[in-house]
Design a protein around this ligand. Structure first.
Ligand SMILES: NC(=O)c1ccc[n+]([C@@H]2O[C@H](COP(=O)([O-])OP(=O)(O)OC[C@H]3O[C@@H](n4cnc5c(N)ncnc54)[C@H](O)[C@@H]3O)[C@@H](O)[C@H]2O)c1
Ligand SMILES: [Zn+2]
Length: 300
């Protein structure tokens, strides 16, 4: 039989069913998880079947969680449709849903495959490309100077295929060393300690918040590690049309950072750069932390 005919025949024998989730974080609830389990049962899904999650990071997060737990684990395939999903959420095997806190329930379970369609990512609305680029620049800053140079040169016009390949390679390499986040994987939180607090206090998008968080981390690194490339980091973030300053209440941001785990005698532990591509985790004293926050937030 001709190969194409055989492929067509086999595909037509596949039995499929589709479940649709609500948009955004509303997808990652216990209620939606319950709906997914019910749909899997109604379609008599067995351990020989595969759950294919097609969508942004919210869809691969809950789809991955459902697959990891239904019948104690069925195969999952991710087809991320946002840039953030492709370079971050779909890579590294963290699944999760929100209960009270964000991602409070989850598993470390790798999908069998991640399929990234660059054509889909090229058609994304500009704001979603910018959101994804915030994680791309973060990934470059902690792990790939060539990716940083590419963004410095081409900004938002950087070729999607190269951007995705380079960012995924960095994240995959980190996760290969430290799957369960006992050490090295923390470097992927660059900009996130202060960024998360800004996201909550200022009510801005995750991408904007971590862009400002990276600027604050850069200011701290100038003092603690002798990091000299902050002007360059700032110029690239701005070229990607992301902010390095934002209106928020500095006291509120400091308070929220204080809640962020990882404290020891010397202060909050943060990912800082010694230079682009060379991250370190260091304790940061309250004084320096507050000065950096005050420098990146304006009156809220
Ligand atoms: N598991 C992990 O390691 C990990 C890492 C980072 C982020 N995340 C999670 O990822 C989520 C954020 O991901 P996200 O930014 O993709 O959010 P999302 O899934 O909410 O998608 C963002 C928006 O884009 C829309 N969208 C999706 N694909 C599109 C397309 N091709 N064209 C136009 N619009 C499209 C969605 O409907 C949604 O409105 C968060 O829940 C976060 O916790 C997980
Ligand atoms: Zn992030």
């Amino acid at each position: 039989m001709e190969v194409a005919t055989e492929v067509r025949q086999r595909l037509s024998q596949l039995e499929t069913a589709v479940a649709v989730l609500p948009d955004g974080e509303d997808a990652k609830t216990l209620e939606q998880l319950g709906r997914l389990y019910t749909a899997l049962r109604d379609h008599n899904v067995t351990r020989r079947d595969t759950l294919v999650a097609v969508g942004g990071g919210t869809v691969t997060d809950i789809g991955g969680f459902a697959a990891a737990t239904y019948l104690r684990g069925i195969e999952a395939v991710y087809i991320p449709t946002t840039l953030l999903g492709a370079v971050d959420a779909a890579i590294g095997g963290k699944t999760g849903i929100n209960i009270e806190g964000k991602n409070l329930a989850g598993t470390f379970t790798q999908p069998a495959r991640v399929v990234i369609d660059v054509d889909v990512l090229e058609e994304l609305p500009l704001d979603l490309r910018i959101q994804g680029m915030a994680e791309v620049i973060k990934t470059g800053l902690v792990g790939d100077p060539d990716l940083v140079a590419l963004l410095e040169q081409d900004g938002l016009d950087a070729p999607t295929q190269s951007v995705v390949e380079m960012a995924v390679a960095v994240k995959q390499a980190v996760v290969d060393v430290d799957f369960r986040e006992n050490g090295l994987r923390r470097v992927l939180n660059y900009g996130h300690t202060i960024g998360h607090a800004i996201e909550v206090a200022a009510g801005v998008s995750h991408g904007e918040a971590i862009a400002v968080g990276m600027q604050a981390a850069g200011l701290i690194a100038e003092r603690l590690t002798g990091f000299v490339e902050l002007p360059r980091q700032k110029a690239i973030i701005e070229k990607l049309r992301l902010p390095t300053q934002i209106a928020a209440d500095a006291g509120e941001v400091s308070r929220l950072v204080g809640y962020d785990k990882k404290r020891d005698d010397g202060g909050i532990k943060m990912v800082l750069l010694e230079s682009i591509g060379a991250p370190v985790v260091l304790p940061v004293g309250d004084d320096l932390l507050e000065k950096a926050i005050a420098a990146v937030v304006g009156p809220g």
